[in-house]
Design a protein around this ligand. Structure first.
Ligand SMILES: [Mg+2]
Length: 265
């Protein structure tokens, strides 16, 4: 992911560390409040909302895990069911017409869940700790996503990966995806990672060897254009947890997975 562009919260958890959270509407007689229409949502309450949404608990190793019974899991299950119906239908149509259907998956927080990292570091980003985390290749799967990858493949739909992870992170990404059961097309012809030093020629509008000015949308949509225009596939569905994974066209349908923990522009 284009981590330098991430917008993150700072030291969020400290606001609730003492256990004192002032709820909305808890004003007492004689208390003066600003009545501002501009005050953002309280960050301590937001952290609690995020924990509730994922059903976050620490496991025996102290690793934060999302609950399979959470609202997060339910949102994903609803989206996955709709996606399977659409992929099945699109695949039949494409095969009937003699076209080659494909699906595209982002990796971070679309296939591999980074909740432990995000909570541990209070939803901030640091390139060193992030690289260490990714290289452990031990992230859990996003609920249902590996099944969706295998479902698409079972319908004769070509699976591609379109990720902001770097070439240096390829080995760890492949190992981690195998571990969660997304063991489909994990080769260099199907997994597109960011190679800033040696960008592919189809990105030449924003990247040449030694210069990289691609935005996330340019990089990701440029990769999808390559899959469609150069490789000859029709992308029937594109999955991502950020709008920048989905904007810029070159997909018949986009699926935005939930992720309230950071924003990548
Ligand atoms: Mg992502």
């Amino acid at each position: 992911m284009h981590k330098s562009l991430r917008i993150t919260a700072i030291a969020a958890a400290c606001a609730v560390a003492g256990g004192v959270v002032y709820g909305a509407g808890a004003a007492t007689a004689g208390q003066s409040t600003a009545n501002s229409t501009h005050e953002p949502y309280n960050i301590g309450l937001l952290v609690k909302d995020i924990d509730t949404y994922y059903g976050t608990t620490a496991d025996a190793n102290g690793v934060y895990q999302a609950s399979p019974d959470s609202l997060y899991a339910k949102d994903l299950a609803r989206m996955d069911a709709a996606a399977e119906r659409q992929i099945d239908q699109a695949a039949r149509k494409a095969h009937h017409r003699g076209e080659r259907p494909a699906v595209v998956f982002d990796i971070d927080d679309t296939l591999l869940l980074s909740l432990d990292y995000e909570k541990r570091y209070n939803y901030t980003y640091n390139s060193t700790t992030w690289a260490d985390y990714v290289n452990k290749a031990d992230r859990p799967g996003v609920f249902g996503s590996a099944e969706l990858v295998r479902y698409a493949a079972s319908k004769g739909v070509e699976v591609f990966y379109n990720s902001g992870l770097s070439e240096a992170q390829r080995t760890a990404a492949v190992e981690n995806l195998k571990k969660i059961g997304a063991d489909v097309n994990l080769d260099t012809a199907h997994m597109f990672l960011k190679d800033k030093a040696n960008p592919p020629s189809y990105l030449n509008a924003c990247a040449t060897p030694g210069t990289w000015t691609c935005t996330t949308v340019q990089y990701k949509s440029g990769t999808r254009k390559h899959i469609e225009d150069d490789l000859g596939y029709d992308i029937v569905a594109n999955f991502g947890d950020q709008y920048s994974d989905l904007d810029g066209g070159y997909a018949d349908r986009t699926y935005k997975l939930p992720n309230p923990t950071y924003f990548v522009s």
